[in-house]
Ligand binder design. Structure first.
Ligand code: PGA
Length: 229
């Protein structure tokens, strides 16, 4: 791996009770304490449901494991009378990152480009880094975005990942469309068994595992296999 850092962003989606989230963290901590990775080369981020953020934050602080937290989504609105919304300034002390425009948000919640741009602006204003998700190479993304996730819909949760070669080709195209130096991560059926193929590609800066982040030992193996690349 000759990149500055390889990003591993676990997206828990709409899963886990409070007790299950705490148990995941306990198990992950025990695994981590027995085996050390070359963490200089890795950036590990968990995007849990919002209700788990404070619990995970205190467990991470207590364990001193270099795990960062991210949101799965953020409000397009600022502080105020917006029932049910979690806005970026409320979350900024807990998270470093947020996903924006995940295909499941676009599909089930009808999120369109205009709304996603407003979400992106809210995150920027609060200093939260956006991981802006696109589903194919021709999709637009904010020009100032630093992180793009390429997550083809047909590869999500299907056990049929895109090949690392094609994901790398798309990553190159996305990079060529930005005036800035951006990082591109790949999402779609990433597992401990295939993560090394993505880590070995020149233009893939990380992965976005969903299902493979839900069990602490699977996620741990995924990290281990990425770090050995
Ligand atoms: P999956 O999800 O790893 O479960 O396929 C990936 C994603 O949502 O991008």
């Amino acid at each position: 791996m000759d990149k500055d850092k390889f990003y591993i962003v676990g997206n828990w989606k709409s899963n886990k009770t409070v007790a299950e989230a705490a148990a995941w963290m306990q198990e992950f901590t025990a695994l981590w304490k027995n085996n050390q990775f070359n963490t200089q080369k890795l950036k590990i981020i968990i995007c849990p449901a919002d209700i788990h953020l404070t619990t995970l934050k205190s467990l991470i602080t207590a364990s001193q494991i270099p795990l960062s937290l991210g949101l799965q989504d953020v409000s397009a609105y600022d502080i105020g009378a917006y029932t049910g919304e979690l806005n970026a300034s409320m979350a900024k002390d807990l998270v470093e990152y947020t996903l924006i425009g995940h295909s499941e948000r676009r599909k089930y919640f009808q999120e369109n480009e205009e709304l996603l741009n407003r979400k992106y602006d809210q995150a920027q204003k609060s200093g939260i880094k956006s991981i802006f998700c696109v589903q194919e190479e021709n999709q637009v993304f904010p020009q100032t975005a630093e992180f793009i996730a390429y997550e083809p819909i047909w590869a999500i949760g299907t056990g049929k990942p895109d090949t690392s070669q094609n994901a790398n080709r798309v990553a190159k195209i996305l990079k060529s469309k930005s005036a800035n130096k951006i990082k591109v991560i790949y999402g779609g059926s990433v597992t401990p068994e295939n993560v090394a193929t993505y880590a070995g590609e020149s233009d893939i800066d990380g992965v976005l595992p969903g299902g493979a982040s839900l069990k602490a030992d699977t996620f741990y193996r995924l990290i281990q296999n990425a770090s050995n690349t």
